[in-house]
Design a binder for this molecule. Structure first.
Ligand code: SAH
Length: 474
């Protein structure tokens, strides 16, 4: 760290600003906001500084003259913002001699402290600095933080401050207290504060505290869709809940990169499923989730893609519902959307496909039970999940029911990840082409004329070269 960030209490502290131009005015404004008692020293005073003085005459004293080293003693902090290099140097040297922290605007080498970019949601304050290396980057970062730190965060912090000691007294166990606070600070009560209903937030907090005293803490379950693979496709909510969960229950489709984003000290339980090799039967998973929540844990049940698309999320939720356990569902980007986007294959297109159907190609008793007549109709896209093993049979059935053998089809391996690979062909050729490749799961199949668009729209490149594609037209 080139600089050490600290927050200094400037309430009623005497601070000196040398210079009174527009740049000085900005620093004066900041120091006034922090409650400082200011002296501004300069032969000429700009209109913006005079304006600040008119608004807070008791806090800001102006002296129209040039700086001398005798002005320094008794000041907690000094800022030099003059246009004269010699004056700035003189201020810096004199302040350093007296060990008074000094900032010289735009001269990092003369500063003993620098101003960060400030996001002020008092009492919440965030400060960002690139140590003077990249002011534009600092500004961009600040803009980002402004957008994620809700304008009423300060009100939320004030509410928390008001209840802090009472909650500490009433919920003695530190772990339970943390859970309670996390629920308050990001649940319904926080939402009330954010929408300006401070009073009702306070009532709800009061009530939550009373209930807490009479009921043993019960955990909850977050059924989270983690998207198709690329961690960048997680939703904000998925990330937030993964970072607060005590236990992460995950399966094979959730990548290590995504699990890395979960809370460091969270317990991780693998309940993965592979074809023919269910490592934990679904009923056991349902019961496991209920049991963990009843033990007071916040459980993140993290699934690939979207939990309600071929994800058996519904069954898990039914069990929780029956047992009266709180849960929420976080949608994720399903493999069809993710793979199609990263493969440059729009699932619908004005000219080629007016509808799109997601089906499972999972074999039951050796055959696939789908409405082939309907799927073979023209002007649509079919996306097949879990279809690798059944690919040959799927293509045959479609052709037998009237689909043209030269209808384009693609198989996408490990879509959206750095290992994405795409094999394209037609209903007639794809099974043979795939047969000759070494394919790694998971794979998704897209059938329809939209696949042709990939020739023009492919954009995602896993290794900086042309996207890896094996194509053999009919
Ligand atoms: N709930 C998940 C689907 C679970 S079923 C979702 O919404 O995406 C598992 C199947 O999803 C896999 O067999 C495969 O067909 C598909 N799949 C999931 N992730 C994939 C990926 N990154 N690339 C290709 N197919 C994927």
């Amino acid at each position: 760290m080139d600089y050490f960030p600290i927050f200094v209490n400037l309430q009623d502290q005497h601070c000196l600003v040398v210079g009174a131009g527009d740049i000085a005015a900005r620093k004066i404004d900041l120091l006034l906001r922090a409650g400082a008692q200011l002296t501004v020293l300069a032969p000429e005073i700009s209109a913006s500084v005079l304006d600040l003085q008119q608004r807070q005459p008791e806090k800001l004293q102006i002296q129209r003259r040039i700086f001398s080293a005798q002005d320094l003693p008794g000041h907690t902090l000094v800022v030099s913002a003059t246009a004269h290099d010699a004056v700035n140097r003189q201020v810096a040297a004199a302040a350093r001699a007296l060990n008074i922290p000094v900032n010289v605007v735009d001269s990092r080498e003369l500063c003993s402290f620098i101003f960060p970019a400030i996001i002020d949601r008092s009492p919440v304050i965030a400060a960002v600095s690139t140590g003077g290396a990249a002011p534009v980057l600092t500004r961009l970062l600040r803009a980002k933080l402004e957008s994620v730190i809700h304008p009423r965060y300060g009100n939320l912090a004030s509410l928390a401050g008001k209840f802090r000691s009472r909650i500490k007294q009433q919920i003695r166990h530190p772990g339970q207290r943390r859970i309670f606070w996390e629920q308050i600070l990001q649940g319904r009560i926080a939402e009330q504060v954010f929408s300006g209903n401070q009073e009702s937030a306070e009532q709800m907090l009061e009530q939550a505290l009373q209930e807490k005293n009479t009921r043993p803490a019960q955990g909850e379950v977050y059924l989270i869709g983690a998207g198709p693979g690329d961690p960048d496709l997680l939703t904000f909510r998925a990330l937030r809940l993964m970072q607060q969960a005590d236990v992460i229950v995950h399966d094979r489709l959730v990548s290590a990169e995504i699990l890395d984003l979960a809370r460091r000290d969270a317990e991780r339980i693998y309940v993965g499923k592979q074809r023919q090799n269910h490592s934990l039967p679904q009923e056991s998973i349902n019961m496991l989730l209920a049991r963990l929540a009843k033990a007071g844990k916040r459980v993140a049940r993290v699934k690939g893609g979207d939990p309600f698309i071929f994800g058996r999320g519904g069954e898990e939720m039914e069990t929780l519902m029956e047992q009266g356990i709180h849960f929420q569902v976080v949608p994720g980007i399903t493999a069809a959307s993710g793979c199609a986007a990263y493969a440059g294959i729009p699932l619908t297109h004005r000219d080629y496909a007016q509808s799109c159907t997601f089906v499972t190609g999972h074999l039951k008793d050796g055959s696939i039970n789908l409405d082939w007549k309907q799927l073979a109709a023209p002007n649509q896209t079919i996306v097949i999940y879990m279809g690798l093993i059944g690919l040959g049979s799927i293509c045959q059935s479609l052709i037998a029911n009237g689909s043209p053998a030269d209808l384009p089809a693609a198989l996408i391996q490990q879509g959206t990840t750095s290992k994405q690979r795409i094999v394209t062909g037609t209903l007639g050729t794809l099974p043979d082409i795939v047969e000759k490749q070494k394919i790694n799961p998971p794979t998704l199949i897209i059938i329809g004329r939209v696949v042709e668009l990939r020739q023009r729209l492919a954009w995602f490149d896993t290794d900086g070269n042309t996207p890896e594609t094996i194509t053999q037209p009919a």
